[in-house]
Design a protein around this ligand. Structure first.
Ligand SMILES: Cc1cc2nc3c(=O)[nH]c(=O)nc-3n(C[C@H](O)[C@H](O)[C@H](O)COP(=O)(O)O)c2cc1C
Length: 237
């Protein structure tokens, strides 16, 4: 890890300002493109070049992060033995969740509509598994450990960019959180300052892949505008 300077020098930043009509066309194009992204749970075994994984992680690596601490590590494997160990360990945990009664009833009901189960066989079919680890602290060149801030927020944003990059390349993934995920630390040999955050199988959808026919909530539920008159003093604008 390169040492950070005491203070970054300033560099000029002036991205091109688009005419409003063009901005709207581009924004709508991107929205429609992202709206077509779906989580996939049935993968094709077709190979995906390692360079696609490199590009998706390089894109994730552009994410903003609290104090530019970049508290993420992406660990990728296409090794059949490693994928097998991950599938077996994930299914042990998920059987406890789905069949062993570890999932609270409300959570089980929420999952029922998606039709998910403890069967994670896709983890062995898919060409790549990428596990994102969140660094609660980061080793510094002088051997000390730096505590990181806003780790969840920063790693979550990086994962969003990773997903968008895969989608741009025509690849599919699933935001998979087999709970608890501690087995990934051991199988992938990660240090104690990192904790598994999300497991992403990466590949193409299987030829017979289906996804739940869900809809997204309308914009007026996702976005609320507050004005000076309707908002309380000091509320965000
Ligand atoms: C934080 C997070 C954790 C998730 N964990 C799982 C999971 O463990 N297993 C699974 O099948 N889907 C998981 N999902 C996928 C969601 O079920 C999926 O994103 C949601 O149903 C919406 O579908 P879409 O991604 O196709 O729009 C997770 C999604 C998120 C954001």
């Amino acid at each position: 890890m390169p040492a950070q300077p005491d203070r970054f020098a300033g560099v000029k930043y002036q991205p091109p300002r688009l005419p409003p009509a063009e901005a709207l066309i581009r924004g709508e194009g991107f929205r429609a493109f992202m709206d077509a992204r779906r989580s996939v749970r049935a993968f094709s075994p077709d190979a995906v070049p390692r360079t696609c994984i490199d590009l998706a992680v390089a894109t994730a690596n552009t994410a903003p992060s609290g104090a530019h601490q970049q508290p993420w590590t992406f660990v990728a494997t296409c090794d059949p033995g490693v994928k097998h160990r991950i599938r077996v360990a994930a299914e042990v945990e998920e059987r406890e969740n789905y069949e062993g009664g570890r999932l609270p009833d409300v959570w089980r009901q929420a999952l029922e509509q998606l039709g998910t189960s403890s069967d994670k066989s896709y983890l062995e079919v898919v060409p790549w598994i990428v596990v994102v680890f969140a660094q609660k602290s980061t080793p510094m060149p002088d051997g000390t450990l730096r505590k990181n801030y806003y780790v969840n927020e920063s790693v979550g944003i990086a994962c969003g960019l990773f997903i968008a990059s895969l989608h741009t390349m025509g690849l599919a993934t699933l935001t998979h959180t087999p709970s608890p995920m501690g087995f990934l630390t051991e199988i992938l040999g990660r240090p104690a300052n990192e904790r598994p955050y999300i497991l992403f199988p990466v590949g193409y959808p299987a030829a017979d892949c289906e996804v739940p026919d869900l809809t997204r909530k309308p914009l007026d539920e996702a976005l609320i505008e507050v004005t000076g008159r309707s908002g309380t003093p000091g509320s965000p604008r």
